[in-house]
Unconditional design. Sequence first.
Length: 221
Amino acid sequence: MSIPLAESAYHQLRGLILSGALPPESAITENSIVEKLAIGKTPVREAMRRLVLESLLDVTPRLGYTVVGISQRDVDDLFQLREITEMAAAQLALDRMTPEALERLDELSTVGYSPDDAESIAHYAAVNAEFHDIIGNASGNRRLAELISRLTLESRRFVQIANLTYEHGQGVVHQHQAIVAALRAGDRAEVSETVRFHVADSWNLVLGSLGAVAETAQRAD
């Protein structure tokens, strides 16, 4: 069965925002999105209204739409929730993780990114999402798994403003490998610590980059 046009427009436009193809604070119009998605005005308008309700778009009457900017509060709220949910999921997954799932986590944990290579970053984003989804699904809690999947996707919008470095690209490999090792060992304390450190590292990276952007803007003024 085909996906209704409004639903398709919603998912495509939301993906453009979360991936950074439509950056924070960029101005967009119905007509520009209609042209980009090759979908009619009515489904695009409905999609944009939904994204306003989700606080991903702001609308100004007669002026159009703007992709919502990113504040420190936004970053803190999301990564704090990621820390809570992913630590909980990893604890639950300890008793349910299959050998096949661990083997796949091993494969995914070898993938980092090169900060100067857009394809490398996109590939890592997909791998990272699968890595966290596997642990979420292994928790056995469907709602928790769905929340983790959504938060990981939303994190892409924040990471896009981050000052990605070669060192961080290598660091995430070691962090993922440490998580897998703790899961294999069945070490509850180490599982919690490795997951917490992994989330906190990205959290600090984004906050540091957000602060640098704000400082640059102040100097420009």
